[in-house]
Design a protein around this ligand. Structure first.
Ligand code: LLP
Length: 415
């Protein structure tokens, strides 16, 4: 491991200063002092550059289209505003995300609604708001939409392409036995049904094969599976591009991913069609880090370094076995392997097994890299943990975008 390795996982604005690691021009030690720990830190410049890379790649490689940030990866007001400001749309996975997006001021015509079990309430919310597209997942969805729509609602049909993606089984969605979308024969029936609909306007098709996928070939196969279903105005080719979490990982660039999708589209889809893409993880993952303080070091085989957070703020390790990398903020390089663990009452509450930390001591700040995707949204109150604040850094300034939960918040829903 060379000294540059850990920096290569951090947002591109990261630098090592006399105060240790700084991101967006702000020393992480300053953030810990002002906002406490654990804290999610998002580098706004890296975030904007990354979503811009997707937007520009699509504009360069295809005539008409739009990026819709998969907001489940980070559904907070500040994030919706950045996306709107960068000129991209959003996808929402239900009423909650829709509510947040609308409250943040996202133009409803740039919102796309997903869900394999949308309720009547969610469908009404979406129709009233005038969302640009609703993605039909099943026949009940279709009937529900038809019953509730009073003016033309543009829809896409979600196709299950029978493409297995090499990823964690909980994150694959395109294989034949997935609960999402319609098989090719069922998609044909849905297309036919919508063509006779009074209120639903069939704009096109949607496909999404899963998440954290670093092999590009299955993405192309999924696009090719759409070719036989007819010619449409719009094709939403989903998200799923992997992020690089560890020293050993490789992740294709946004441009390589967009190139794969648009080359496949050129082979089988009409050239005049609009292409939508829904990346989530790959937009936000590297822009985010989580900052912790070491509470205790238990020397032994292995040595356990326990911090003031854990599976309450990062479920990806225990749910999917996701590997992260970490460093001591003031001594980021070198060190021997230790187990970085959380404070929760469960042995599965590990953050990084075999983390190379340089002489970790109680009171040290530890940073875990590449926590920008899905950690905020899957944070929870296990053991009465208070969900951490979200701090955005940019041009040397740190701004609190979501406050830390309080102990009173934990009882705030009690009646
Ligand atoms: N579009 C649809 C329809 C999706 O279901 C998803 C993710 C995306 C787009 C965005 O995929 P991405 O580009 O982020 O890979 N909870 C898991 C992640 C589950 C992803 C679910 N769907 C985690 O913490 O890693």
């Amino acid at each position: 491991m060379t000294d540059a390795d850990f920096l290569g996982l951090l947002p591109p604005t990261a630098a090592v200063t006399d105060d240790g690691i700084a991101i967006g021009g702000v020393p992480l030690a300053t953030i810990a002092e002002r906002f406490g720990t654990p804290t999610y830190v998002i580098d706004e410049q890296s975030l904007r550059e990354q979503v811009g890379a997707f937007r520009d790649a699509l504009a360069r490689r295809w005539g008409a289209g739009r990026i819709h940030f998969a907001s489940k990866a980070f559904p907070t007001t500040a994030m919706y505003r950045v996306m709107a400001d960068e000129g991209v749309g959003v996808d929402v996975a239900g009423g909650g995300e829709l509510h947040l997006a609308l409250r943040a001021g996202v133009d409803p015509s740039t919102i796309l609604l997903h869900g394999n079990a949308k309720t009547d309430e969610e469908i009404s919310l979406a129709l009233e708001a005038g969302v640009g597209l609703v993605v039909v997942d099943n026949f009940d969805d279709l009937e529900r939409l038809e019953r509730r729509a009073s003016r033309r609602q543009p829809v896409l049909v979600r196709v299950r392409p029978d493409v297995a993606a090499p990823t964690h089984e909980a994150m694959a969605t395109g294989h034949a036995s997935s609960k999402f979308g319609l098989s090719i024969p069922d998609a044909r029936r849905a297309i036919e049904r919508i063509s006779r609909s009074r209120h639903l306007g069939l704009e096109g098709l949607h496909v999404h094969i899963g998440s954290q996928i670093s092999d590009l070939a299955p993405f192309a196969r999924a696009v090719e599976a759409l070719g036989d279903l007819g010619e449409f105005d719009t094709y939403d080719l989903g998200g799923g591009l992997a992020a690089r979490y560890t020293y050993a990982d490789h992740a294709p660039s946004p441009d390589e991913w967009v190139a794969t999708l648009t080359e496949a589209a050129r082979r089988v889809l009409p050239a005049r069609a609009r292409i939508l893409l829904e990346p989530g993880r790959s937009v936000v993952a590297r822009a985010g880090v989580t900052l912790y303080r070491v509470v205790t070091v238990k020397h032994g085989e292995p040595t356990f370094v326990a911090v003031d957070g854990g599976m309450g703020d990062n479920l990806d390790v225990s749910l999917y076995g996701q590997r992260f990398e970490a460093a001591v903020v003031t001594r980021p390089f070198g060190g021997a392997p230790v187990d970085l663990v959380g404070r929760h009452c469960e042995s599965g509450d590990r953050l990084v097994e075999g983390a190379r930390l340089h002489d970790p001591r109680p009171g040290d700040l530890v940073v875990v890299a590449v926590t920008g995707a899905y950690c905020v949204t899957m944070a929870n109150n296990y053991n009465g943990a208070r969900r951490p604040p979200v701090v955005f850094v940019r041009h040397g300034a740190a701004t609190l975008r979501q406050r830390r939960e309080t102990y009173d918040d934990l009882a705030s829903r009690d009646v």
